[in-house]
Design a protein around this ligand. Structure first.
Ligand code: ADP
Ligand code: MG
Length: 712
């Protein structure tokens, strides 16, 4: 199916300022679809086509076929028995067909009377009274009314917007849209049509064309269009990168025997080779007088936090402040404790900022940040809210960056850009981004990869069980906790996305406990069940709706091993780090996405003891459910998981609306069109170098108002 079908993906240019009342229903529907500028209309491509270029004789048509026939009305009557309907008997000399209308106007019956010539199009069926068509499209014709010269486009549309209206609007938009060639011809394959030709063709293909080539998008007209789109994206990303190179940032260098060295000295472990390498990459970036824009990716448990801490040490040693932002309060709190533990003995003051702080406390923390007394601030996205002012922010660290929404990332950008010298930015993610995605979405990002786990870890063994074996699993838990180990039990809960919920709550000035109730019965029941069966061991309960203080308390008890079992929702998905936990049970594992399962599993296998992850499934498994669980059993490598996830879900969903905002591609497909992506990348580089104005025009034509999002 063509990818522009989802209306939410269509772009929106600057909407004209016409008052809503003055706009007709179809116009409003067009606005909603983002069909505002002529170019938007020209780029609104058909979902499929109807062939109205020829007539089929009734004697040649087969049942089940969709055909266009022309004939004379022999009889027209209204059937009153049962459901009222209009029945028309049409003959074309070779046979007859009954047209059946369940909804009709009186005027239609009148004008479609006996003797009138009709051209109708619909699916032939074998009905009770012989052959029939239900609700065909109907046109009154004369003997010499010409047939359509081109295939008739069928566009993605919305309620209140009839195809005929949309067809006219698109045809008019297409005729008016400025589609002059912007890309120098030398940079394009000679076999491709021009943009104007490609669009004219895709809207109105000639009847000889192979419908297959149109539908699978392999036709040169499609290639041209997809290339245009990819080129716009590459240009805008490369430009963002070039612009960044002109921005000024503080040059941050660690002093010999300074904070960095002192922190290294107190760490309870040796850095892995991969950690040393990425620390060096980051340190080099920080020493430059332009802002770093780097993604640190590494599988769950690869040790990204300490790398962040070391980067922060460099910045603070150079006399600048750092901010560390995490998507959930639990994770932020854990970072806070860890960093306070490492850094306060070295004389660093760490501030704490989240949405759930009491106003007085929040004011104090903000004052410490504004005065520069706190060199480091840790928290949720509250850290980047407008009221928060930094004395001298030099480095922003974003943990699990893919969990932040587009709005939050734009807010961060604005915050960073408002500084006199732009701060450096380091983003961290345990969801490795496959190469094609990295090339298209993150072309303006440097990437550092930790490709090695700290030594001494025993690989996690993953097992899949039907829920009917729950009792066995609980016995296994008993063994584990009896040996002093700890266990997570995770239950699914629909849509418990803390980061975005919290953002919405805080934006609306709501306290988080006033959010609508969620169905927590699964997690509370399991908590009760395990509490009763595992008498003598502490069983805790953790979910997003608990007050922040209680969440923190439960986490602290689990970290201290006062609780042996933690029954939780996915609030523990990201980053939670309790090395003594050696068993993870995921209930209804079939309901989780693959990367989420991998993240959850990453909560165990963090210490030296051999760890096990048990995936329980309840309902019969769907195909993709099976594939996900199988992938989990077969590999613990995050990069392999990401690759399979991309394969199972496709790139659109993989990135998710949250990840990519409106920047999702409409026409190109990241998997199918890898060769086009590579070509677009090359051409973008040449155009920016040799034809900068054309490059600019091209990006503006394609992206319009969307280009903002590409920066997020
Ligand atoms: P992630 O990359 O998933 O954020 P963390 O930073 O939470 O991983 O680190 C996982 C665990 O590994 C933590 O307990 C951390 O202290 C520990 N760790 C990190 N680096 C090393 C290392 N080089 N040697 C031993 N343990 C390490
Ligand atoms: Mg982490």
């Amino acid at each position: 199916m063509p990818r522009q079908a989802a209306s939410s993906r269509t772009s929106n240019g600057a909407a004209p300022a016409a008052p809503a009342a003055a706009r007709s229903a179809p116009q409003k529907a067009m606005d909603k679809l983002g069909l505002v500028r002529d170019i938007d209309l020209a780029l609104h491509l058909p979902l499929r086509y109807e062939d109205e270029t020829r007539l089929t004789r009734l004697c040649d048509a087969r049942d089940g076929e969709t055909v266009q026939v022309e004939g004379t009305v022999r009889e027209s009557r209204i059937e009153a028995r049962g459901r009222r309907q209009l029945l028309i008997r049409l003959g074309d000399g070779s046979g007859e067909v009954l047209l059946r209308f369940l909804n009709f106007y009186g005027s239609q019956q009148k004008s479609w009377g006996p003797g009138v010539r009709l051209r109708v199009r619909g699916e032939l069926r074998h009905g009770f009274f012989g052959r029939e068509m239900v609700h065909p499209t109907v046109r009154i014709v004369q003997d010499d009314t010409p047939l359509a010269a081109a295939l008739t486009p069928v566009y993605p549309t919305a309620a209140g917007l009839p195809q005929t209206y949309l067809r006219k609007a698109v045809a008019a938009g297409l005729a008016r849209a400025p589609l002059d060639e912007v890309i120098p011809a030398a940079l394009l394959p000679r076999t491709w049509p021009s943009l104007r030709e490609a669009l004219d063709f895709l809207h109105h293909p000639s009847p000889e064309v192979s419908l297959a080539a149109l539908e699978d998008h392999s036709h040169p007209a499609w290639q041209r269009l997809k290339f245009e789109e990819l080129l716009a994206q590459q240009v805008s990303q490369l430009r963002a990168r070039a612009e960044r190179a002109h921005l000024r940032a503080p040059s941050l260098r660690a002093r010999p025997q300074g904070l960095l060295d002192r922190l290294m000295a107190v760490l309870p472990f040796q850095l892995t080779g991969a950690q040393q390498r990425v620390v060096a990459e980051i340190a080099t970036d920080l020493s430059l007088a332009r802002p770093m824009h780097r993604l640190l990716q590494g599988d769950v448990g690869s040790g990204k936090t300490v790398v962040a801490a070391l980067a922060a040490a460099v910045a603070m040693d150079a006399g600048w402040q750092c901010a560390l932002m995490a998507p959930t309060e639990i994770l932020a709190e854990q970072h806070f404790r860890k960093l306070v533990g490492w850094l306060e003995p070295l004389g660093v003051k760490v501030a704490w900022l989240t949405g759930s702080l009491k106003p007085k406390m929040k004011r104090e923390q903000m004052a410490a940040v504004a005065s520069g007394e706190a060199q480091l601030v840790v928290g949720t996205h509250a850290v980047i809210q407008d009221q928060v002012e930094f004395a001298k922010l030099g480095l922003a660290l974003i943990d699990e960056q893919h969990r932040f929404g587009v709005a939050q990332r734009l807010q961060l950008r604005r915050k960073l850009e408002s500084a006199e010298l732009e701060p450096h930015l380091l983003m961290m993610s345990a969801t490795p981004i496959p190469r094609t995605l990295a090339m298209t979405y993150l072309a303006d990002l440097e990437v550092s990869t930790i490709d090695e786990l700290p030594p001494g870890r025993t690989p996690i063994v993953t097992k899949v069980f039907a829920d009917s074996r729950r009792d066995e699993v609980i016995e296994r838990i008993r063994d584990e906790v009896a040996r002093g180990r700890q266990v997570y039990w995770v239950c699914p809960l629909i849509d418990e996305t803390e980061a975005s919920d919290q953002a919405a709550d805080e934006a609306a000035g709501r306290a988080s406990d006033r959010r609508p109730p969620l169905d927590l019965s699964n997690v509370t029941q399991t908590h009760q069940e395990l509490g009763e069966t595992l008498q003598g061991f502490g069983v805790g309960l953790l979910h997003g709706r608990l007050p922040a203080a209680e969440k923190a308390e439960v986490m602290a008890q689990f970290a201290a091993n006062t609780l042996s079992v933690l029954v939780a929702t996915t609030v523990i998905e990201v980053g939670v780090d309790v090395p003594n936990a050696s068993l993870m049970v995921i209930e209804h594992a079939e309901r989780f996405g693959l990367s989420q399962l991998h993240q959850l599993r990453g909560r165990v296998g963090r210490g030296a003891v051999a760890s096990v992850c048990v995936l329980l499934y309840g309902s019969p498994l769907s195909d993709s459910g099976k594939q996900r669980l199988k992938a989990m059993v077969e590999t613990t490598d995050g990069f392999e998981i990401a690759r399979r996830d991309l394969e199972i879900r496709g790139p659109g969903e993989f990135m998710g609306a949250r990840q990519s905002g409106a920047a999702l591609l409409r026409f190109a497909d990241l998997q199918e069109d890898q060769a086009l992506i590579a070509r677009a990348r090359q051409v973008a580089e040449v155009m920016l170098r040799e034809h900068p104005q054309a490059a600019q025009r091209h990006a503006a034509r394609w992206l319009g108002a969307k280009s903002e999002y590409l920066k997020a």
